[in-house]
Design a protein around this ligand. Structure first.
Ligand code: FE2
Ligand code: FE2
Length: 135
């Protein structure tokens, strides 16, 4: 069973960004399944790398919309993205050097951060961007 499933309440009402959120959720599920199935650290590391890269691209995508449309909460929102990337990169470094294992606790952090961010900060831009023709 998947760890998380995208649901309608997660929608930010912007098609491209909803698709990216669905992909991110899918990637967390893939990582979770690989961990559960006892895949080796090399495989887990590759999946984690892809996830970090995809998340960074997604954040970039949101932030360029903020720039184009002069979103008032840009700085605060960008800061949340940066904190997340920083935390995950620190984890990745510890993971690569064998200091730390990918555990359910780490999986829960990824899952909970993403859902909380989508339901909180991400959904806050819906009205502002929709009002400027971004769907
Ligand atoms: Fe997002
Ligand atoms: Fe965001």
């Amino acid at each position: 069973m998947s760890m998380i499933e995208w649901k309608e309440p997660y929608s930010v009402n912007i098609k491209k960004l909803d698709e990216q959120h669905k992909t991110l959720i899918q990637m967390i599920n893939t990582l979770h399944d690989a961990m559960r199935d006892g895949k080796g650290n090399a495989t887990l590391g590759q999946i984690l790398d892809k996830l970090i890269k995809y998340a960074a691209d997604h954040f970039q995508c949101e932030e360029s919309l903020f720039t184009i449309h002069k979103y008032p909460d840009h700085i605060h929102h960008k800061h949340e993205h940066e904190e997340f990337v920083k935390n995950v990169l620190v984890f990745k470094e510890d993971f690569d050097s064998g200091r730390i294992a990918l555990t359910l606790k780490v999986m829960n952090f990824l899952k909970e951060w993403l859902i909380k961010h989508i339901l909180g900060s991400d959904k806050e831009y819906t009205n502002y961007l929709n009002a400027r023709g971004v769907y």
